[in-house]
Design a protein around this ligand. Structure first.
Ligand code: NA7
Length: 534
């Protein structure tokens, strides 16, 4: 490892994705000497790594961007209702260059360990390049979904074709004319399979749990529509910050039971036509994820749609979820339709589980070998905790973050942890469950307030601020209680509850009331002079 000189700075931001870019900007704007390290060769975070075909945000384009760069908000082009991965990556790098942040960023550089020095009141951070940073503040913006979950399926090393995880998509791979298998039918698997079905020779979905998906309604956005949005941005953001989910959807306050039964089908049809999973879930009924009856009626509607779209009853049956609609809402650009193609098949792993991966493909429990050239894992992420397992972080009295999280990852408000002074997280566990692009902004803004408050109270020039243990404990209880009131709580395996990766301690990873509730709590915390911190 080449040795580099130590850099003494005010703040180190780890990660140059949506959160890290804004945090670096905010610190620079306010006169701090800041650096940002990023393990990828450029800025973009999850949108650099998730380059698989079909990768797209399912927050609508007008909100999948920063609110703080008003000029880019008005002028940066986005031709369609949703932005695709290459468009998002380009936008983020445009922002980095526009605000001259690149010179503060060191790419191909990963934080290896960080240690709190209580005498000097600084973090000492060592990177895999040998770079050492001595920083008053350490802000992790490493992404809640940045560590791939690659299940260790028997025989995996024997496969003689190509193994790919969607989270690290190889440049230049051509799937044209190949036999491709996909394991995983969450948001990623659904987008990927829809995109590659027309080009591959054969596509087999090895599906363990089917999920409900609604159309995204991807389409071009006219100049007139854009103009209207531009003129209305102030109100749009006011609405976003006053909503739970922050997706720009007017969230209904009416339960399904308040609509006559005969009207509901028509409402569902309208929602299906309109597209977007968040509009489908939130804009007409306020109890899809809290009331079992409402949830079941929603499932029934989607399952009927699957029956109408998918011609082969065997495939339709495999695709229809039997349980509640209680996972992260999915939307797609014609997912169910691909199963009408002769080259697309589905293996229902609940009936014939994978027995083993063999050199030529996958053998299922019925003894059949499904021959594959490429096997793609769309198996999701080791959420929240995963990014931190790549590093060693030692807080006060040598306390390891892995010990702090031995019962699952926790925080206070999603940004702070007791025993880890001057360390702040963007998209840490138990932050608001809302549109990620908005969440990272409000969290970074709160972090700036915390830093300034601490500095305003410092007499010696040394600054130490940390959440009280009881604040973190109480926040965990609040998040648990809120999550228990949701049907999502019963999901079979879900990264939102840390139950998708074997061996992880189940903990809810979000504050369910979302943005509005979180903003109210953090405003109160700020107005009262941060009583939950020392
Ligand atoms: P998800 O939503 O965690 O989905 C992972 C999928 O992989 C899901 O269908 C899993 O089935 C499947 N999976 C995982 N392990 C296995 C094994 N061992 N065998 C078979 N199938 C398996 O990840 P995504 O990447 O789709 O989406 C994550 C988030 O990224 C998404 O919510 C967006 O916010 C962006 P299971 O349901 O566990 O039976």
């Amino acid at each position: 490892m080449p040795s580099r000189t130590e850099q003494v700075i005010d703040a180190l931001v780890v990660g140059a994705g949506f959160g890290g870019i804004y945090q670096t900007y905010a610190l620079k704007r306010d006169g701090y000497n800041v650096r940002c390290v990023e393990r990828a060769p450029t800025a973009g975070g999850v949108w650099y790594w998730n380059r698989y075909p079909g990768a797209m945000s399912d927050t609508e384009s007008f909100l999948y961007r920063y609110s703080w760069d008003k000029e880019a908000l008005q002028t940066y082009p986005w031709p369609n209702r949703y932005v695709t991965q290459p468009e998002i990556l380009k936008y983020l790098n445009f922002i980095v260059d526009k605000h001259d942040l690149r010179k503060l960023m060191r790419f191909n550089t990963a934080m290896e360990n960080a240690t709190w020095d209580a005498d000097l009141c600084v973090w000492k951070v060592i990177c895999d390049t040998g770079d050492v940073f001595i920083a008053k503040y350490l802000i992790t913006a490493m992404g809640g979904l940045s560590q791939a979950h690659f299940p260790n399926i028997q025989g995996i090393n024997s496969f003689k074709g190509r193994l790919i995880h969607t989270q690290d998509w190889p440049d230049g791979i051509d799937l044209n004319g190949l036999n491709v298998g996909v394991i995983g039918s969450g948001s990623t698997g659904v987008q990927l399979m829809t995109a590659i079905a027309p080009e591959v020779k054969n596509l087999i979905s090895f599906q363990r749990t089917p999920q409900h998906s609604v159309p995204s309604g991807q389409r071009p956005v006219s100049e007139e529509e854009r103009k209207k949005i531009n003129e209305n941005y102030d109100n749009i953001y006011k609405q976003v910050w006053n909503s739970g989910a922050g997706f720009g959807v007017n969230e209904s306050d009416r339960p399904m039971s308040s609509y006559p039964r005969e009207e509901r089908k028509k409402i569902f049809e309208g929602l299906w036509e309109q597209g977007n999973a968040f509009r489908f879930n939130l804009s007409k009924f306020n109890d899809i994820s809290t009331n079992i009856e409402t949830n079941r009626e929603t499932c029934k509607f989607i399952n009927e749609k699957i029956d109408q779209i998918v011609k082969d009853p065997r495939k339709a049956n495999a695709l229809k979820p039997t349980g509640l609609y209680n996972r992260r809402p999915l939307c797609d650009s014609g997912y169910y339709q691909i199963f009408n193609r002769d080259n697309v098949d589905i293996i229902n792993l609940r009936e014939t589980p994978i027995e083993t991966i063999v050199p030529d493909g996958i053998r299922t429990s019925d003894g059949k070998v499904h021959e594959l050239d490429v096997l793609i894992f769309a198996t999701g992420f080791d959420a929240m905790e995963g990014a931190f397992t790549r590093t060693t972080i030692q807080g006060r009295d040598g306390k390891l973050m892995t010990d702090h999280w031995k019962n699952g990852p926790t925080s206070f408000l999603g940004v702070s942890m007791a025993g880890f002074p001057n360390l702040f997280m963007i998209f840490g566990p138990q932050g608001p469950m809302s549109n990620g692009a908005t969440v990272v902004e409000v969290e970074a803004n709160f972090i700036m307030k915390l830093i300034k408050h601490a500095e305003s109270r410092s007499v010696s020039g040394e600054v130490v601020i940390e959440a009280r243990p009881e604040s973190e404990e109480k926040w965990r209880e609040i998040c648990d209680k809120e999550a228990r009131s949701s049907i999502l709580h019963n999901a079979p395996s879900s990264w939102i509850f840390g139950t998708n990766v074997p061996g992880r301690k189940p903990v809810v990873t979000f504050y369910f009331p979302g943005l509005k509730g979180w903003l109210e709590i953090t405003k109160e915390e700020t107005d009262l002079g941060f009583p939950s911190y020392t």
